[in-house]
Design a protein around this ligand. Sequence first.
Ligand SMILES: C[S@@+](CC[C@H](N)C(=O)[O-])C[C@H]1O[C@@H](n2cnc3c(N)ncnc32)[C@H](O)[C@@H]1O
Length: 294
Amino acid sequence: MRTITDIRKEYFKKLDYLDLELIIAHALKKSREFVVSHLEYELSEARLAAIQSFVVRRAKHEPLAYILGHKEFYGFDFKVTPNTLIPRPETESLVEDVLRHLQAADRGQKTVIDIGTGSGNIIISLARILSDSKFQIPNSKFYGIDISKEALRIAKHNAKSNGVSEKIKFLHGNLLEPMFEIHSAFRIPHSIIITANLPYLSREIYDATLPNVKKYEPKSALYSPDEGLAHYEALFKQLEKTIANYGPQIEIFLEISPEQKTKLPKLIKKHLPDARVEFRKDLAGKWRVCHIAL
Ligand SMILES: C[S@@+](CC[C@H](N)C(=O)[O-])C[C@H]1O[C@@H](n2cnc3c(N)ncnc32)[C@H](O)[C@@H]1O
């Protein structure tokens, strides 16, 4: 019988150790700690076959998160499938910025709407953290919207596994549109937080993106026409109408591509002339979040 040590020796040139250990752990349905502390563990034929097939997929550059079927984001665990974008570490900056804003804001009721929710990573993280006593904001409402029904299915699964399925309503539709059907949403005089990590890669940047991203992750989650800004402009147009009809207090947090910092202020002013606009950097020092206050 072959052991974990044998497998590590056989494959260490093909994959890096961390990926290989996570793949072995996944095939054994054990933790990585188990793998590294049981190197003489004997592997059944079925487990060996599973490890081999995962190694082949990884060697072809399939993202590890799709092989393992999940990804950590903001310290929480999220199921991912090829229908959902894999949550990125830089998106944690957007969650941080919302929390920093809320810490400074009043404790009044909030409606938090996440547009382009994907695996639900942003809204689920916010719902979990805001339920914590440190942040407790009474009666807050949480919504996650996506145009992809498959993504919404995964987001609902993740809300359940993270213990917040009662708190979040997931809606199918184009950007903010599904919220217009919820008549109370924009009428009550309480503040609204909108988060959106919509597709924002320009044609040029999408074409230059790593082949494994293009091959495995959904293009509909990444690419946007008009220099990557078509989805955000469509959202600004919807917001323009919303404000004209209802006039609520809205804070918007968008994840952006760094070079969009120079183009966005003009585009925002065109549709939302009274908006205050600020930009924040991510941990890598790149412009990543656009905060718009209406
Ligand atoms: C960049 S992914 C972000 C996913 C997730 N929020 C995250 O941070 O990892 C963009 C998401 O927006 C969704 N999307 C694209 N166009 C949309 C639209 N017009 N209305 C709503 N969602 C849209 C995609 O299906 C995808 O799930």
